[in-house]
Ligand binder design. Structure first.
Ligand code: CP
Length: 307
């Protein structure tokens, strides 16, 4: 198989296990390219990609831009903060105007869940969801999967813990279906107010005791509290959250095993993760960022359908 089953990457829930496998295999080839002295291939020459960021980003935006440059695509970058969105232009008008300039693919981050799906129903270009509200962040889940596969060889049977603000996390929203499709076991841990009630029905274990949860897992993917998405208080204070759900060196050393720590970034150091863990040999955080470029190259290459 050498083609994705979908024209867009809107979310992990819309793609099949075979799509995930194809993306991860293709990413391995691009990772090899990225180790060469000349890190550029002509794969997407003459393809124009618009990076539309309606919400802030550091890692994802730079990673997509770099992946596009490595593939020799032509790129245009749009940030809502300095655009005519500020003058009241709608999402659809903004995108239709950009597409009128002959754009082939759109990478979009938006604060509204479902914005990429909405757009896919109205425009002909392929869309890559770079994170929509509290819904999905599919390329983050793919790069997380790539990083875990690189470390453990397979996702099948791997025990993955996702810790933190599960309710507001699009990273959890994509990681959970991906891990389940690939045969990993998934547990979530966090304050009960930040864990969606329906997760056990989806086969996800819930554990509110962090030490027990860490004792169980091979990998802990640690998420930040998304204060910007909360209109009410879900935890009394960040200090209290950190006391019960923060991961520090003392806690990891008290386990009778060595686990791997991941985090999608940005980290709130001293809240969900202490520096003595984030910057340690147990952490895959910077490998995740590195792998993100190869994974995004794979996604855009496969969506462009180039031989
Ligand atoms: N992981 C992630 O999506 O980070 P950014 O918000 O910086 O893109």
């Amino acid at each position: 198989m050498s083609a994705l089953s979908q024209k867009h990457l809107l979310g992990i829930k819309y793609i099949q296990k075979s799509d995930i496998e194809l993306i991860l295999q293709t990413a391995s080839r691009f990772k090899e390219v990225l180790q060469r002295p000349i890190k550029k291939v002509p794969s997407l020459r003459d393809i124009t990609i618009a990076n539309l960021f309606f919400e802030d980003s550091t890692r994802t935006r730079i990673s997509f831009e770099l992946a596009e440059k490595r593939l020799s695509a032509d790129t245009i970058n749009f940030s809502a903060s300095n655009s005519s969105v500020k003058k009241g232009e709608t999402l659809l008008d903004t995108v239709r105007n950009i597409l009128a300039m002959k754009v082939d693919m759109v990478v979009m981050r938006h604060s509204s869940s479902g914005a990429p799906v909405f757009l896919s129903q109205h425009i002909p270009a392929s869309i890559v969801n770079a994170g929509d509200g509290t819904n999905e962040h599919p390329t983050q889940a793919l790069l997380d999967a790539y990083s875990m596969t690189e470390k453990f060889g397979t996702l099948k049977g791997l025990r993955v813990l996702i810790v933190g603000d599960i309710t507001h996390s699009r990273v959890a929203g994509s990681n959970i279906p991906l891990l389940q499709k690939m045969g990993a076991e998934v547990t979530v841990c966090g304050p009960p107010t930040l864990i969606p009630k329906h997760l056990p029905e989806l086969g996800v274990r819930v554990e509110t005791n962090l030490k027990k949860a860490l004792q169980w897992c091979d990998v802990a993917n640690v998420l930040r509290i998304q204060l910007e998405r909360m209109d009410i208080k879900f935890v009394p204070t960040l200090r209290e959250y950190s006391l019960f759900y923060g991961i520090n060196r003392e806690l990891l050393d008290s386990l009778n095993k060595q686990i791997t720590i991941m985090h999608p970034g940005p980290i709130n150091r001293g809240v969900e993760l202490n520096s003595d863990v984030a910057d340690s040999g147990q952490s895959l955080i910077l490998q995740q960022v590195e792998n993100g470029v190869a994974v995004r190259m794979a996604v855009m290459y496969l969506l462009a359908g180039r031989e």
